[in-house]
Design a protein around this ligand. Structure first.
Ligand SMILES: Nc1ccn([C@@H]2O[C@H](COP(=O)(O)OP(=O)(O)OP(=O)(O)O)[C@@H](O)[C@H]2O)c(=O)n1
Ligand SMILES: C[C@](O)(CO)[C@H](O)COP(=O)(O)O
Length: 225
């Protein structure tokens, strides 16, 4: 079986409000993106890594790789307008079949254990998506007012989201829709049932400036353990 990882790093990180895109910001002394690629390189499946980057950032990434002596093998692919298009561009590079994990570059704290589990379950069941139970109470906003939801019936979805290549390829043939917020929503729209696996509370998506501070605390904690 052949294993792939599409690492999507083609976003501009508007919510981070930083002049440098968040995937290049330093986390514990090296760019966020290098932590993410290292996690995939350290998993037992040693997937072929396809890194999706905005075309205007390819040469900057090359400079960073030289500066940080980063030598994990990977192919750089051009990003698209939305995350959907970036995943699609990564997928185009995969010619045969196999298992493909799609992962946000902005989730650098994913563990090798979670990555391994996602490949295991996707190989057995066709797909799987990492999720965690909300710890806050949740309310649905209605046209008039709002109402509480049972949080035990909800999951907060993370990446990796891992699929048979043929499934993901088929699903990504549809035109983009605004309600495609992740790969699971695209695959579900194509008629497939999605399998959930337990995600990790530390597998945060770096979105706002404080997330980088939280990620730094988690990394320091790992270094001490
Ligand atoms: N056109 C895009 C948009 C997003 N992404 C990637 O998808 C992941 C999740 O997206 P998000 O956290 O929303 O990143 P940004 O789009 O960069 O952030 P923002 O929405 O704040 O601008 C990130 O790793 C991001 O780089 C991508 O590859 N291509
Ligand atoms: C893919 C994702 O990380 C799953 O939680 C999420 O949907 C990305 O959303 P964003 O608005 O593009 O950050």
């Amino acid at each position: 079986m052949k294993y792939y990882a599409i690492i999507v790093a083609g976003g501009s990180g508007n919510r981070m409000q930083s002049t440098v895109a968040k995937q290049f910001l330093l986390l514990d002394g090296k760019p966020v993106l290098m932590h993410t690629l290292t996690a995939f390189d350290q998993c037992k499946y040693r997937p072929e890594i396809l890194l999706v980057l905005n075309i205007h950032q390819h040469s900057y990434w090359e400079e960073l790789c030289l500066k940080y002596n980063f030598d994990i093998p990977h192919k750089v692919v051009s990003g698209g307008e939305q995350r959907f298009h970036s995943v699609k561009n990564g997928l185009k590079i995969i010619k045969g079949n196999g298992i493909v994990a799609v992962h946000d570059a902005a989730r650098p704290l994913v563990s090798a254990a979670l990555i391994n589990r996602s490949y295991d379950v996707a190989e057995e069941k066709g797909n799987c998506v990492a999720g965690i139970t909300p710890t806050d109470s949740v309310r649905k906003i209605l046209e008039e007012g709002n109402e509480s939801l049972n949080r035990n019936e909800l999951a907060l979805i993370q990446t990796p989201q891992t699929f048979q290549v043929s499934t993901l390829r088929k699903a990504y043939q549809v035109p983009f829709r605004n309600d495609f917020t992740d790969d699971a929503s695209v695959v579900e729209f194509a008629g497939f049932k999605i399998n959930l696996i337990d995600g990790e509370r530390e597998n945060i998506k770096i979105t706002y400036p404080e997330d980088l501070e939280i990620a730094t605390i988690f990394i320091k904690k790992r270094e001490l353990s």
